[in-house]
Design a binder for this molecule. Structure first.
Ligand SMILES: [Zn+2]
Length: 345
């Protein structure tokens, strides 16, 4: 009887020990939950001005937005935020990635503002690593950023890879982070040289909104909870992006076909309705433009309906020679193809 009792006691003790061990493990795991480490990299700095199309160079905008992004992100629990630099200094891309590695970054965000040589492009875009899990993570994160910018009214120019002549990622910060196995993206908030986007840079409030939106994207992706308990993204599901089997290449060729079919032409009103078709096997169509002076001058870029091969457009011709109408469609990588010519007389 005593033996049985002793055995029973031993068993009970084991059960108690096991249960306390399990719950103890859970407790200590929750307590020791590693914070998410975010590194914000304000693009350029020091003698590297970045885009200097405006009187104030890009390096100024990237720093202002980075500081707002940090301030906003620090309103969340369980996140540690660093800037690669806070002074206006020269810093190589390798040094920035090395800094991220040193603080064991979970993600690096390189903040930028864009400009195009032709000055015709507008909108926001995100550049991501071209291989493996880094691609998936970058794409999913980039999607959060672009959703935020779209809500601000900016045109979504998509998520892209770019491969250099050596067959690896073209952009140094992405390449340097990839070597260190750190997920990274380049965020091109908008174009400083296009009237569509210029307003977004003109006030401190709008720059702050970029910083707040950047932080919002990161908070959603990592499922953060705000310190005041008002925002809880623990159940938020960012876009699931499968890991690609091989390197994801950029589209280096223009759309394969662009066709324009006149539906109606109002001679007195000089008003044409045209059905456009644009095909590209490698990337989506993003903009179109038109010319009625044989391609001498072109309209500002118009947004193409996302994912659609065709769209019906109306063109109002108010100046110049109005005999021929030509269209151009642009793909995700800004490569364009001209349509057939529509003779209006
Ligand atoms: Zn830049």
């Amino acid at each position: 009887m005593r033996k049985i009792l002793k055995r029973a006691m031993t068993f009970l003790l084991c059960v108690i020990l096991t249960v306390s061990c399990i719950s103890g493990f859970n407790l200590s795991e929750a307590e020791a939950a590693e914070p998410i480490v975010v590194v914000i990299d304000p693009g350029h700095g020091g003698s590297n001005l970045g885009t200097d199309y405006l009187p104030i160079p890009e390096k100024h905008y990237t720093m202002v937005v980075a500081l707002y992004m940090k301030e906003q992100l620090e309103k969340y629990e369980n996140v540690k935020v660093y800037l690669t630099h806070t002074e206006d200094i020269d810093m190589s891309l390798e040094e920035r990635a090395a800094f991220a590695a040193e603080v064991q970054a979970d993600f690096l965000f390189s903040l930028h503002f864009n400009m195009s040589i032709s000055h015709i492009l507008y909108g926001s875009e995100v550049w991501v690593p071209s291989t493996g899990l880094l691609y998936s993570q970058g794409y999913s994160m980039g999607n959060e950023f672009l959703n935020q910018f779209e809500e601000m009214g900016l045109f979504n120019r998509g998520i892209k890879t770019r491969i250099g002549s050596k067959g690896t990622d073209y952009y140094g910060i992405i390449r340097q982070c990839a070597i260190r196995n750190i997920p990274s993206i380049i965020v091109e908030h908008c174009h400083v040289d296009n009237s569509n986007d210029a307003a977004y840079l003109q006030t401190q409030e709008s720059l702050k909104e970029f910083g707040v939106r950047d932080a919002e994207a990161v908070a959603r992706y990592f499922g953060l909870v705000s310190k005041d308990g008002k925002t809880d993204y623990r159940n938020y599901a960012p876009l699931a992006v499968p890991v690609p089997a091989s390197r994801v290449y950029n589209d280096s060729t223009p759309p394969v076909y662009v066709g324009a079919n006149l539906i109606n032409y109002d001679k007195t009103g000089k008003y044409a309705t045209v059905e456009l078709t644009a095909l590209d096997g490698e990337s989506v169509i993003q903009y179109y433009s038109y010319s009625w002076d044989n391609g001498l001058t072109w309209s500002p870029l118009q947004p193409w309906i996302k994912g659609s091969p065709t769209m019906t457009v109306s063109v109002s011709m108010s100046y110049g020679k109005k005999d021929n109408l030509i269209f151009k469609a642009y793909n995700l990588y800004d490569k364009s193809t001209e349509s057939n010519i529509i003779k209006l007389n």
